[in-house]
Write a protein of this length. Structure first.
Length: 408
C-alpha cells in the first residue's frame, strides 16, 4: 500500500513538473507578454514530453524489476557518490594541465575545455567505482554499516528447501507444529524442477511432482511460517551449466542459509563446501522411540531377512527390526528381546531374537504356589484312596491292617 502511494505521488509530481516546464519554455525569452511563436510552443512541448519520457522510463524500470537486490542498489549509490567525489578532486588537479595544453586558445574556449575535462574525469571515475563495487559486492566491505542492509527475519538463518524434502511432505507437518520460526526459501530453479517432474511422461514421477506442488501450496497457505520463492540462482556465471544440487549449494552459501534435504549425496556435497545441512531423516530418527538392549518388543514378522533364518519386522514408526531365527514365524506376532541397536545416517536398525521366557501358565519349582510332596510307602504305583473325613476335628481313625499278625 505504501509503495502504491509512493508511485501515485511520483506520477502526480511528474505531471506537475512537466506542465511547469511547458509553461516556462513557452514564454518569450525577452517579452513575457508577447504571443508565443510556433517554434516556441513546439520546443515547450518537446521539453515537457522529454521529462515525461524520462519519468516513464524510471517507472517502467521499477515495475519491471520486481525483485531488487539491496547489494546492487547500494553498490550503484556508493559507487556513484565515490566516483563523483574522486572525479571532482582530480578535476581540480587536472585544471592547470588542461589550461597549459590549451594555452593558444581564447579564455572562453579554455573554460569550456576545463568544464569538459571535469565532466569526462567524473564520468570515468564514476564508471570505475560502480564497476568495481558491482564486481566485488560480496567481498568488499565498507567501514560504514551499509553492508548490513540485509532483511531482518525472525528466528535464525533461512532454510532452503530441496526438491526431495518438498516431495517427501513431512516438512509441512513439521511447520504445523510451530517448531520452525525462520523463513523458508524455495529457489526458482527448484520450482522449475518440480514443474518438470509434474509434467513428466512417467506416471510415478508425475504423481511425485504434483505432490510436491501441493506441498508448496500448503506451505504457502500456512500462516505460521513465511515462504519465499527466490528468483536468484546463486553465484552462477551466464552460460554456465550447473546441476540443480550444485546451484542449490551455491545459492545457500550466497545467502548464508541452511539446506533442508533428504538426499545423502547432497548432504555430503554441502558439508564439503561448508554449508550447514538439516537432514529431515536425521530429525525423524532423533524423535523415534529409543530401544535399549535387553528390552522386549512386540511386533509382527513381515518378511524374510538377507541371512539364513532371519526375519524382518517393523515398528509403528517404521524402524526395521531384524530377528534372528525368525523366518519360521513370518506372518505371526511375536515378542522379541533386543540384542543390539545400529544407528546409521539412513536410519536406525534394531537386532533381536525371539523371546525364550517360559509361559505364564507354567509355575516353576520353588514358587509361592502351594505344593506338598507325598512320601511314597510300599508300592508307589498303587492307587491311594483318600482318607475318610470327619465332621468334627480330632485324631484320625487308625487303619486296620488287612493281614493279621502271625501267632506266636
Amino acid at each position: 500500500m505504501l509503495l502504491l502511494l509512493l508511485r501515485i505521488c511520483f506520477v502526480v509530481l511528474l505531471l506537475g513538473t512537466s506542465i511547469f516546464a511547458f509553461v516556462v519554455l513557452n514564454e518569450h525569452p525577452t517579452d513575457p507578454d508577447a504571443e508565443p511563436q510556433t517554434s516556441t510552443i513546439l520546443g515547450a512541448l518537446f521539453g515537457a514530453a522529454m521529462m515525461l519520457g524520462i519519468g516513464g522510463v524510471v517507472m517502467y524500470t521499477d515495475l519491471r524489476e520486481r525483485e531488487k537486490d539491496i547489494r546492487v542498489i547500494t553498490s550503484l549509490f556508493f559507487g556513484l557518490l565515490l566516483g563523483l567525489l574522486i572525479g571532482w578532486q582530480i578535476s581540480f588537479t587536472a585544471e592547470p594541465i588542461v589550461r597549459s595544453l590549451c594555452n593558444g586558445y581564447l579564455e572562453h574556449t579554455q573554460r569550456r575545455m576545463v568544464d569538459l575535462s571535469r565532466l569526462l574525469i567524473m564520468l570515468i571515475c564514476s564508471y570505475a567505482a560502480i564497476s568495481l563495487l558491482l564486481q566485488t559486492k560480496d567481498e568488499f566491505r565498507f567501514l560504514i554499516p551499509y553492508v548490513e542492509f540485509s532483511k531482518q527475519v525472525k528466528g535464525g538463518r533461512a532454510l532452503v528447501l530441496d526438491t526431495s524434502v518438498i516431495i517427501d511432505g513431512r516438512i509441512a507437518d513439521v511447520c504445523d507444529t510451530r517448531i520452525i520460526d525462520t523463513k523458508l526459501v524455495v529457489p526458482k530453479f527448484v520450482l522449475n524442477e518440480l514443474q518438470a517432474i509434474a509434467d513428466s511422461g512417467d506416471k510415478m514421477k508425475r504423481n511425485r511432482g504434483k505432490r510436491g506442488l501441493d506441498i508448496l501450496k500448503r506451505l504457502q497457505n500456512n500462516a505460521k511460517i513465511e515462504l519465499v520463492v527466490h528468483d536468484s540462482v546463486g553465484e552462477v556465471k551466464p552460460g554456465e551449466k550447473v546441476k540443480v544440487d550444485e546451484r542449490l549449494v551455491l545459492f545457500t552459501k550466497a545467502i548464508g542459509g541452511r539446506v533442508v534435504t533428504n538426499d545423502l549425496n547432497l548432504n555430503k556435497i554441502a558439508q564439503l563446501q561448508g554449508v550447514d545441512v538439516v537432514n529431515l531423516n536425521e530429525v525423524a530418527n532423533s524423535l523415534k522411540t529409543v530401544a535399549l538392549p535387553g528390552e522386549y518388543l512386540q511386533l509382527r514378522i513381515a518378511k524374510a531377512g538377507d541371512q539364513p533364518g532371519q526375519g524382518v519386522g517393523y515398528l509403528d514408526d517404521g524402524t526395521m527390526v531384524v530377528i534372528e531365527q525368525g523366518r519360521g514365524q513370518i506372518g505371526n506376532e511375536v515378542s522379541i528381546v533386543v540384542t543390539s541397536v545400529h544407528q546409521t545416517a539412513a536410519g536406525r536398525m534394531i537386532f533381536g531374537r525371539i523371546e525364550s521366557r517360559p509361559s505364564g501358565n507354567f509355575v516353576p519349582v520353588g514358587s509361592s504356589a502351594s505344593y506338598q510332596p507325598v512320601a511314597a510307602t510300599g508300592n508307589t504305583s498303587a492307587t491311594h484312596k483318600p482318607l475318610p473325613s470327619s465332621e468334627t476335628p480330632g485324631p484320625s481313625v487308625p487303619v486296620r491292617p488287612t493281614q493279621e499278625p502271625p501267632k506266636s
